[in-house]
Design a protein around this ligand. Structure first.
Ligand code: NAD
Length: 491
């Protein structure tokens, strides 16, 4: 029997509450949160009112004024304290992620480790250059271009990494001197509430990190449009990104967007097939296929296609599906009924258009899978590149495999979607690897490797996959604006 996630001494307390100005705030209206493995209600989470949103933003604005006057090394100390507190509560946090999101516990532990790493990378900015000097027209003058925080950042986050993406946002935002109001996904608010409590226990000043829960188009929109918000960062779908960009246009506000993906895996004829099968497999089934960098479509040279499919299917048949809280589980459920329906619709649409289901295609068989949102590992062949299953983000454990004949054809196919986040290339030939790296219209190219991405680098999408990103030094840059100071000190 594992420890409960609610109750005395837990991060979430007796029941979930919004986190505003360091206080637990309840609301008359609540929204159910479900356990995706069973479909049962896990908790009822307060739905923030417009007053709660305004209160959170005012708390953030007040806390930010003092925070902006702290030194970078001091901010780094506070983030280091959050990392230490994360270590203390790592297992509890992982269990909260499993309970509301459904990923296997081993992956949830990895997610908490990832949250820690995001903070570590962010606090690495403690001795950064925080500005530049430009040669002035006249001696005795100084022109300094300084980095300055925006003030209050609205951080709107998705359900697929509800703890790690919280850290991915607050790390650079706080290091740069901002305060944050986080709006988690309606499906997974508990992880963010628990992470906010971790921040509080670590000594993050009250009001600097707040969490308001509720519907994106209501609470999220209020956050974006409120005059106290001066920057918004979203990780989520392209649909939400477009809506937020449009809302932000009225205020001419800075926006950073990490959106969907449709990563191709390209396996050239000279690839190491063992490596390619293993990596294509890994990158399809992380988090039940619900990662923006997942292998969403695999293009295999025609000479290797049949062998690839046979080996991939063999491995996929062996995946251990089941209780996400069990240490040996490899595949959990999809996060929600709506997500399940979307995946099933894409598979059925492909079959109606002529694709063949080589494996899966529906719920796995067995009693425990009749409740909750389980989807069997699925492999499709006979797929055409213009089918919806190849063009739209599936975000589930479904792999369409397509044979190709020539280099130009496969690069055109890979570039043919509206997304441009992650791409994968397998080849033993340096020239092919470098040519493909030149030709792929994606923000990330992995050669003979797959993610997860390393947070000191830069994870950013091209085309409909986004604008900007949070990681490394380029990510930090999104959380600052610049002030030019002209100082005359000469006679
Ligand atoms: P989503 O867009 O449905 O929701 C994301 C967040 O945006 C939620 O908190 C939601 O409430 C909020 N939201 C939605 N509409 C809004 C609006 N009009 N105004 C303000 N807020 C709004 O996405 P999701 O289903 O939670 O997450 C899955 C998506 O996230 C996938 O497309 C995935 O590829 C993407 N994702 C991208 C990255 C990346 O790094 N590029 C990482 C993880 C997930």
């Amino acid at each position: 029997m594992t420890d409960p996630i609610f109750g005395p001494g837990t991060l979430l307390g007796p029941e979930p509450a919004l986190h505003i100005r360091g206080r637990r705030v309840t609301a008359a209206e609540t929204r159910p949160v479900e356990n995706p493995a069973t479909g049962e209600q896990l908790a009822a989470v307060p739905e923030a009112t417009p007053d709660d949103v305004a209160e959170a933003l005012e708390a953030a604005a007040a806390a930010q004024r003092a925070w902006a006057r702290t030194s970078h090394p001091r901010r780094a100390e506070v983030l280091a304290a959050v990392m230490a507190e994360l270590d203390t509560h790592a297992e509890e946090l992982a269990r909260i992620v499993v309970a509301e999101q459904g990923k296997p516990i081993t992956e949830a532990r990895g997610e908490i480790g990832g949250a820690r790493l995001f903070l570590d990378v962010a606090l690495g900015n403690k001795y950064r250059d925080v500005g530049e000097l430009v040669a002035p027209n006249t001696a005795g003058e100084q022109i300094a271009i300084r980095e300055e925080p925006y003030g209050v950042v609205a951080a709107i986050i998705p359900w697929n990494f509800p703890a790690a993406i919280f850290a991915r946002k607050i790390g650079p935002a706080l290091m740069a001197g901002n305060a944050v109001v986080v709006k988690p996904s309606e499906l997974t608010p508990l992880s963010a509430l628990a992470m906010a409590r971790v921040c509080q226990l670590a000594g993050v000043p009250d009001g600097l990190v707040n969490v308001v829960c509720g519907e994106g188009r209501v609470v999220g929109r209020q956050l974006v449009e409120h005059p106290l918000t001066s920057m918004v960062t979203l990780t989520g779908s392209t649909r939400a990104g477009r809506e937020i960009l449009a809302q932000a246009a009225g205020k001419v506000m800075a926006v950073s967007l990490e959106l969907g993906g449709k990563a191709p895996v390209i396996i050239f004829p000279d690839a190491d097939l063992d490596l390619a099968v293993g990596k294509a497999f890994e990158a399809r089934f992380w988090n039940c296929g619900q990662v923006c960098t997942c292998n969403e479509r695999t293009y295999v040279h025609a000479s290797l296609h049949d062998e690839f499919v046979a080996r991939f299917v063999e491995r996929a048949k062996g995946i251990r599906i089941g209780d996400p809280a069990a240490d040996d589980t490899q595949l959990g459920p999809k996060v929600s009924a709506a997500e399940w329906d979307k995946v099933k619709g894409l598979v059925d649409g492909a079959v109606a258009a002529g694709a063949k289901v080589v494996l899966g295609g529906d719920r796995p068989e067995g009693g425990r899978f009749t409740r909750g949102h389980w989807f069997a590992p699925t492999v499709l062949t006979g797929v055409a590149n213009d089918m919806e299953v190849v063009q739209r983000e599936v975000f589930g454990p479904v792999l369409p495999v397509l044979p190709f004949d020539g280099y130009d054809e496969v690069i055109d196919w890979a570039n043919s979607t509206d997304y441009g986040l992650t791409s994968y290339v397998f080849t033993e030939d340096l020239r092919t690897a470098m040519r493909a790296t030149d030709d792929l219209e994606f923000g990330e190219v992995y050669v003979n490797a797959v993610g997860p991405e390393q947070f000191q680098a830069f994870h950013s999408g091209w085309k409909l996959s986004g604008l900007g990103g949070d990681d490394g030094r380029h990510g930090y840059d999104r959380y600052v604006r610049r002030k030019t100071v002209y100082l005359r000190y000469g006679g």
